[in-house]
Design a protein around this ligand. Structure first.
Ligand SMILES: NC(=O)Nc1ccc2c(c1)=C(Cc1cc(-c3cccc(C(=O)NCCN4CCCCC4)c3)c[nH]1)C(=O)N=2
Length: 303
């Protein structure tokens, strides 16, 4: 197939905004298929020294090309004088967050299903030695059948050499921390304590974020909240969160085993990385979940 250009697509509305990119819905004029096209401004990326992020995202998306589930796909890339274009899957039902907000919070069946779909994505990602590092409801998308598609790998870390050692946050990650008058860039609500304490990340950092996501599906809000970023960071470092009345007991136990300050003590941290997360799958919270056929299942209705 010939190299695409912007002229091969009819660009529609903006469906996503990143610090260095804008995502549009677009239709391929030859096939009428809908895509999400992530457009990055070259000069802005160079000025902000973010070229490594863009290269990393493309590298990770290409590593995920064979995944049959759980991730947005990168179909092709092209550029013009000013911009880079990433042609990606269009997730018709958008981000997870509005779906949680629309109903207030998920019932336990929905929480189990979506937690299992996210876990299965993390198993695949971590099995390849990739850490997402920015898991949050905005980066969990829902396709036309309401299955999970994880997106946004601009902050991902690829454990190249020794996949066993935790990845010390590289300069870019530290840069991400100190940008714009020393405040954290992106959503600080899901940042792990180890990233705050010594800028280190490992697969267990994504397990911390999974704990935050499960809490948010059940409670309708993230576990660590404050108008002040500094206060929110203090709450994370002191593990200061409460379990609201009515929070399902199995979900509480599951969240409690993921929101652990010491990364190596989190549920799943000691599992063999190639073999997925047997200790997490075995938690009673996932009682009755068939992980092998998740993608063939009809997701439970959200109401
Ligand atoms: N940073 C990134 O990588 N961002 C990306 C990458 C790829 C990508 C991406 C973001 C996508 C985001 C997206 C956003 C949307 C969307 C935006 C606005 C409205 C809607 C929408 O209303 N959808 C119908 C379902 N709604 C959902 C909320 C409750 C009411 C009903 C969808 C659809 N897909 C996407 O489809 N593909």
């Amino acid at each position: 197939t010939h190299k695409r250009t912007p002229k091969d697509f009819i660009f529609g509305k903006v469906i996503g905004e990143g610090s260095f990119s804008t995502v549009y819905i677009a239709k391929d004029i030859h096939t009428s298929k809908e895509y999400a096209i992530k457009v990055c401004d070259k000069s802005h990326i160079i000025k902000q020294k973010k070229t490594e992020y863009v290269k990393r995202e493309k590298e990770v998306l290409n590593m995920l090309a064979d995944a049959k589930h759980s991730f947005v796909r990168l179909f092709c890339t092209f550029q013009d004088a000013e911009r880079l274009y990433f042609v990606m899957s269009y997730a018709k039902n958008g981000e997870l967050l509005p779906h949680i907000n629309k109903v207030g919070s998920f019932d336990i069946e929905c929480t189990k299903f979506y937690s299992a779909e996210i876990l299965r994505g993390l198993e695949y990602l971590h099995g390849l030695g990739i850490i997402h590092r920015d898991l949050k409801p905005e980066n969990i998308l829902l396709d036309d059948k309401m299955h999970v598609l994880i997106t946004d790998f601009g902050c991902a870390k690829i454990l190249k050499d020794d996949p066993e050692t935790p990845a010390d946050a590289d300069a870019q990650q530290q840069q991400r921390f100190r940008e714009r008058s020393g405040s954290f860039v992106g959503t600080a609500q899901y940042v792990s304590p180890e990233l705050l304490i010594n800028n280190s990340v490992s697969r267990a950092s994504d397990l911390w974020a999974l704990g935050c996501l499960v809490y948010q599906m059940v409670a309708g809000l993230p576990p660590f909240r404050s108008r002040s970023e500094y206060v929110m960071f203090q709450k994370i470092l002191k593990l200061e969160y409460d379990i609201p009345d009515g929070f399902c007991e199995l979900a509480r136990s599951f969240v409690n085993q993921l929101l652990v300050l010491e990364p190596t003590q989190r549920l799943g941290a000691l599992d063999e990385h190639g073999a997925g997360y047997p200790s997490i799958r075995a938690h009673p919270f996932f009682e009755g979940v068939d992980f092998e056929t998740l993608h063939e299942q009809t997701p439970p209705p959200i109401y």
